[in-house]
Design a binder for this molecule. Structure first.
Ligand SMILES: [Zn+2]
Length: 241
């Protein structure tokens, strides 16, 4: 085989392989498109006006701030339709005062959409909380999970008084309570209350084992309610070993 023929043959083989890979990659999402078409058809069959009404505007009553965990989808858990809940998710449902992404979502939800209730929703068995609890090194996300470490340190007495097998659950709950506090103390919520806008912040936690959302009994609807609500929520936890 001449050099030219060999080069031509290897070029054809190489590009044929690339094309095969491209074809495989192009079709890897096909099941998702198929499922989407089925869902769209079913939804329209049940309610022909559904998408027409939804496309006009969104007026959700709730903002959900939850974990990115794929097992904790906001709409399905609460039985809410598209358009009924505005959603922000990140690893371990953290609300940080320097996180412009989260704060922008809250500001838009409160000021523009005028949601009435903000739900901070943790979940038991959270991998992010577990990593912080056990001081696991995962990578870049360790810096984000530093906020959970702070929660653990802040409530070390409660953690020490909790049986080892219950500490993950306890830290998941304490994390929600702390993030509710962070949110209630944000400028966005302060300003909303100063304007006289009715908006409440609630702390909830979801059980992966039973699909049930539990109320952590921290709901804050005004500046004056922050401390009493926070202290009340923490009062249910023992600090005695
Ligand atoms: Zn999680």
């Amino acid at each position: 085989m001449s050099v030219t023929s060999w080069f031509l043959a290897s070029f054809i083989i190489r590009h044929t392989l690339i094309d095969k890979n491209l074809i495989i990659i192009m079709h890897v999402l096909d099941p998702l498109f198929e499922q989407n078409r089925i869902w769209s058809k079913k939804t329209q069959a049940e309610n022909p006006e559904f998408f027409g009404e939804l496309a006009k505007l969104q007026e959700p009553e709730y903002l959900w701030i939850g974990c990115s965990d794929s097992r904790v989808p906001a709409n399905q858990i609460m039985g809410l339709q598209p358009g009924e809940v505005f959603v922000h998710r990140n690893i371990a449902n953290v609300v940080v005062h320097s996180d412009l992404n989260c704060l922008s979502v809250v500001q838009y939800a409160v000021q523009v959409l005028r949601v009435k209730h903000i739900l901070v929703v943790g979940h038991y068995g959270c991998g992010g909380v577990r990593a912080a609890l056990n001081d696991l090194r995962v990578g870049l996300v360790d810096n984000w999970l530093r906020h959970i470490h702070d929660v653990k340190q802040k409530h070390q007495a409660i953690m020490d008084a909790t049986a080892p097998e219950d500490r993950l659950d306890r830290l998941c709950e304490l994390n929600v309570i702390e993030q509710v506090l962070n949110l209630a103390q944000s400028t966005v919520i302060y300003d909303a209350w100063a304007r006289g806008q009715e908006v409440s912040v609630h702390g909830l936690i979801y059980g992966l084992q039973d699909g049930i959302v539990r109320n952590l009994n921290i709901s804050i609807h005004s500046l004056n309610a922050i401390c009493p609500a926070y202290n009340q929520a923490l009062s249910s936890y023992s600090t005695q070993a």
